[in-house]
Ligand binder design. Structure first.
Ligand code: ADP
Length: 303
């Protein structure tokens, strides 16, 4: 089983003809709502592929929280450790999309900010049985550090996806994670090194190995991904598709990697499957809604 300790959000997407001026009220042509948040996205990707997934997260006592609970349940995720926090809103992301595709995004973390080390402790009995714990940075850093500590003490491998880029992240406190999985931008911010090309990204990632990280996985968007280990650097070739919406590509990739790795595949095989799964997801609009089930993914792999 896979444990995800992280965020959930509800994306509130308003398609506008133009943004209103201050004080102006304007009609907009279209609105769409969809489940998101990096933690929930990764959990849903792994669960849709058939993994047994446990999610530790916080929601507010509101409509959006109930929506999140039902979308986790619909994906078959164990939601016994979803805590309802009275007095806080659920995490929401109001997004405004202009006709040229330009978007403006606000993130209201709400109850995600209440996810605490105690939530990790309360789920300890269930987390101990996990083959991998997935972490991101949309919840308080102290909770992320507590989860890393838990993994180390209980010998449960941890994958940290340092997203969104958080300058305050202590590299000392994350030493010992099995997998560190940034995208190019996050890797550049964390190392202060250039990461524009695959070669540059590989060199930058290598500096992290000196800090006691087992392996660095760098996602390179349409250029695929890298696996950087003490033994060498492997390039995972991109899968060519016509991308329609790359929102959540990184989350699809990590969820699918976790599914295949915990399912017994070696790292490189799991990463190749992850690249296929994320490539398929970017061919459809939406975030969690664009993630394939096991059957849909099998179909994609056979065509
Ligand atoms: P993030 O969404 O975190 O910024 P990336 O953009 O690096 O992450 O995408 C994650 C993974 O998704 C990539 O490593 C790649 O495998 C896949 N991917 C992303 N964009 C494309 C694309 N346009 N074509 C094919 N695969 C893609």
């Amino acid at each position: 089983r896979i444990g995800v300790i992280g965020s959930n959000m509800v994306d509130l997407v308003t398609y506008v003809d133009r943004m209103p001026e201050a004080g102006e009220t304007l009609a907009a042509p279209r609105f769409a709502m969809g489940p998101g948040g990096k933690g929930a996205n990764q959990a849903v990707a792994a669960a849709k592929l058939g993994s047994d997934v446990l999610m530790v997260t916080c929601v507010g006592d509101d409509l959006f929280g109930r929506n999140t609970q039902s979308s986790l349940a619909a994906a078959g995720i164990d939601a016994r450790h979803v805590r309802i926090v009275p007095g806080l809103s659920s995490g929401v992301a109001p997004i405004f999309v202009e006709p040229n595709g330009e978007n403006r995004i606000l993130i209201v973390k709400g109850a995600n900010d209440a996810l605490a080390p105690e939530d990790v402790e309360n789920a300890a009995d269930d987390l101990r049985g996990c083959g991998l714990i997935l972490l991101q940075l949309e919840v308080p850093l102290r909770t992320v550090y507590a989860a890393i500590e838990f993994g180390r003490a209980n010998k449960v491998p941890v994958l940290l996806n340092p997203a969104p880029a958080t300058p305050g992240l202590s590299m000392d406190r994350i030493a010992g994670v099995s997998f560190f999985a940034p995208n190019q931008t996050e890797l550049a911010i964390l190392t202060g090194l250039p990461t524009r090309t695959a070669d540059e990204a590989g060199q930058a990632a290598r500096t992290l190995l000196e800090r006691g990280i087992g392996a660095v996985i760098v996602t390179l968007g349409a250029d695929g991904a890298l696996l950087v280990e003490p033994g060498g650097i492997h390039h995972i070739a991109p899968v060519a598709v016509r991308a329609v919406d790359t929102t959540g590509a990184g989350d699809a990739f990590i969820g699918a990697f976790a599914h295949h790795y915990v399912g017994g595949h070696d790292k490189l095989t799991a990463l190749r499957q992850a690249a296929r799964y994320a490539a398929d997801a970017v061919t459809r609009p939406g975030t969690q809604n664009s993630f394939a089930t096991a059957a849909e993914f099998a179909l994609f792999c056979n065509t």
